[in-house]
Design a protein around this ligand. Structure first.
Ligand code: DP6
Length: 362
């Protein structure tokens, strides 16, 4: 699909000002996106559970500029406080999306954002944050171009979100979203996320994600740097193929509800992601000793209890515990008795699979 389909003809601007608020969840990848090409094109397809409680709420207020210049004009506030260090990332985002939303420089903006999870929790807010902002921008486009259908609105919002942060394009809908072309999953694209279109077994309804906050500090290596290290990585091609194969295997797993296979694929993906970090040049390690302690405890617990608890990791030390809804009670007992000591300040966040973004105010 040519990217030009996302450049919509816009009518003459009559809008003077306005404000819109979107609430968008984070997501956790089961098959990981790690490695990208130019223009935020993923090196392999990925799939994620959309979350429910970890969300960003963003209000975008816009006002027609009296004399538009070449610069984007905006202020950004996090939890009510001016946050100038967010500006470079948002400026890059605006630059990348400008050709698709040519009205963007006609306005000046106030961006007010807050997260339902603590900012310094090590939980990446770029997926929820960038998708919320992309949706706000799309609401302006919808005002200019009211004939835009809901399907095209969401598709373009995901397309724009991807240009802000790759994983953000998987945060608009739920409960399972794929991004990146995969030959067995119709409708998938490198340009935007799509809802997983095939059958999903009851076992995955209400799936739980409890996030153990092992290290709330800033990461030593950002995701963008990590992605770039996949260029010339000795194992890159095999890894990209493995992601395709794992996604193929997941199609059967989602259909049959086979949790044993699900666990194997998800944990292997998490460890492969970190193995790629450890084998890049320069190499780096984002796991902490407590990450490994938790993983070993999970394996021992799974062996002794016969339950279906597994883990996944994103680009950090925190551990996401994934398990079926009907095992919640025993798993929470296990977390409270055996894992909470490995979390910074005994802090963990309970979340579960969710259904995507919501428009709060227009
Ligand atoms: C490990 O989406 O944060 O969480 O596109 O550079 O913003 P950028 O990267 P980002 O990478 C996320 C990587 C990951 C895996 C995943 O979510 O698929």
């Amino acid at each position: 699909m040519p990217t030009s389909v996302f450049i919509h003809r816009t009518s003459a601007l009559t809008i003077e000002n306005g404000s819109v608020t979107w609430e968008t969840p984070s997501n956790i990848a089961l098959v990981k996106y790690w490695g990208k090409k130019e223009d935020q094109i993923p090196a392999n397809p990925s799939i994620s559970f959309t979350l429910s409680n970890c969300k960003t709420i963003t209000t975008l207020s816009y006002k027609k500029r009296s004399n538009p210049s070449d610069e984007f004009q905006f202020e950004v506030y996090l939890e009510g406080k001016l946050q100038d260090d967010f500006k470079p990332k948002i400026n890059t985002f605006f630059k990348r999306i400008e050709q698709y939303v040519p009205f963007i420089k006609e306005f000046e903006y106030k961006i007010e954002t807050s997260n339902t999870f603590p900012h310094s929790s090590g939980i990446a807010s770029s997926a929820s944050g960038m998708s919320a902002l992309a949706l706000c921008v799309m609401s302006i486009e919808k005002e200019i171009n009211p004939s835009l259908t809901e399907v095209d609105f969401t598709k373009k919002a995901s397309f724009l979100a991807r240009l802000g942060s790759g994983s953000a394009c998987r945060s608009l809908e739920g409960d399972l979203v794929c991004w990146g072309t995969h030959k067995e999953i119709g409708g998938t694209s490198d340009l935007f996320g799509v809802k997983y279109p095939h059958e999903v077994h009851e076992n995955f309804k209400g799936y739980q994600d409890t996030i153990l906050l092992v290290d709330k500090g800033e990461k030593q290596v950002s995701s963008s740097v990590g992605h770039n290290l996949m260029h010339n990585h000795p194992y890159a091609e095999n890894r990209f193929q493995q992601a395709h194969d794992n996604l193929s295997k997941l199609i059967d797993v989602f259909k049959s509800g086979n949790l044993k296979s699900f666990i194997e694929i998800v944990e292997s993906e998490a460890l492969t992601l970190h193995a790629m970090m450890m084998t890049s040049l320069p190499y780096f390690i984002l796991m902490k000793p407590n990450t490994l302690e938790i993983i070993n405890k999970i394996w021992a617990f799974r062996e002794s209890s016969g339950l279906h608890l597994c883990f996944t990791l994103d680009a950090g030390a925190n551990v996401h515990l994934l398990y079926p809804d009907n095992e919640k009670e025993q798993v929470l007992d296990f977390i409270n008795s055996q894992l909470v000591g490995y979390c910074q300040n005994a802090h963990y966040i309970c979340d579960s699979i969710g259904f995507g973004a919501n428009l709060i105010e227009d």
